[in-house]
Design a protein around this ligand. Sequence first.
Ligand code: ADP
Ligand code: MG
Length: 476
Amino acid sequence: MAQPMPDEMLKNTKLINELADVAKDTALLQGVLMRIQETPNLSELVVYAPFTLFPTAVPKAIYHQALAVQTHYNILVDKISQDVDFLQETLASTIAVDDFTARLFRIHQQILKEGRAPSIALGINRSDYMLDQRDNGSLSLKQIEINTIAASFGGLASRTPYVHRHVLKVAGRLEDSKRILDNNPAAGLSRALAKAWELYGSNSAIIIFLVEKSQVNIFDHRYVENDLWKRNIPTKRMQFEDIYKMGCLDQDRRLFVNDQEVAVVYFRNGYMPQNYSSEQSWDARLMMERSLAVKCPDIGTHLAGTKKVQQVLARPGVLERFFPDQPQVVEQIRATFTGLYALDMGPEGDKTVEMALAAPERFVLKPQREGGGNNIYGSEISEVLQRLKDSPERMAYILMDKIQPIPVKNILLRRGATPKVTNCLSELGVFGVYVRQSGHMVMNECVGHLLRTKNSEHADGGVSAGVAVLDNPFLV
Ligand code: ADP
Ligand code: MG
């Protein structure tokens, strides 16, 4: 595939260093920023968010395929979130052994028992893909996962196209620079948040950004926050602890924090066990779930994004349950699935174990975790499965075919590292937003993309985990 920078240019160290300096300054000027790891809560110290020196080629047809399927994924996630029986059946084996998922599930059950289905749903998700190389050399779009909670980098991804355009121009590639796509997921995210706020219907109510203590990625949030303020919608950043201490429900179940009514809670935290540092965090989550405030995501939607759900969706006939009269939609979604296999106790799970042990390098073993760095690869798969194969603990995992993208040379720019040519793999994410009010979809859109690229030596890990960096697709 033709890359925007030919190999001989990548060998020109002087040019690369010059371009890297231009690129970093441009990123700083454009607000592609993070706070620094050592002082995540000091607002004075910032660094550019890591990114590639050059954009990465992505075939046009595949890019458009990913965009086109997104509104169907939105509907699918929303349907799953409301399908109590499906969630219960699907997650039964997982919650038997995975405490975190079990805890989330208990909240879900409690909300159901109280008969308080939310009337407004707001979904912000990001479906991630890699391009799998087939035997005949062609590429196909295969989903890694869908993130239904705290899907990040919609803000920063809105600022990176300018940086790559500028770098290409300085490198003498004006025509190529015109091929970098515009991208503004932040605008789409805030539009959806604003819609939910408006439907909630109280001008004085605020939108809470539920955030973690470490504010390294604060600028990514700020793009969305500031866009909401532009619309005169007040936002506040809060932690679980703040909600626990200052939050309460009135008799109509309206959520108040510090005497201020809350219309929407947007979770940018709460997706991994460590985010709940005490029982109080769980109490706060439950309080928010029980409230009338719109949750992004609500607990059902959070559970719809689990890896176990992803695996069950790949079973024959399951997508048809959600789209009984739309075979084309089923086909479009299914085309993005790679092989996914259950590890439940019984003959099906036994077969999965056997298959994985016979060729571990072909698979990825995944626990029900988010945030990068949790998956198991290669010989470690054999170790783990040998140990767990006769124990119900194996049900905490799913097995997935390893997607094999073609490595491409690029340069990863990050603070403190000398620019050097590296073999890289990329992952394309697509942002979807939707708003549903009492059974009626009032918004369902694909609002942008995110390309992330990492050294091919790293099997796992996102931008926040310090592995991947921001990138842009260069359509070919
Ligand atoms: P998380 O929820 O931690 O982000 P992911 O499912 O996205 O978990 O996996 C993390 C990373 O591992 C991905 O960004 C990708 O680089 C790699 N990965 C995950 N699944 C696969 C797969 N099936 N094939 C190849 N790489 C994978
Ligand atoms: Mg991921």
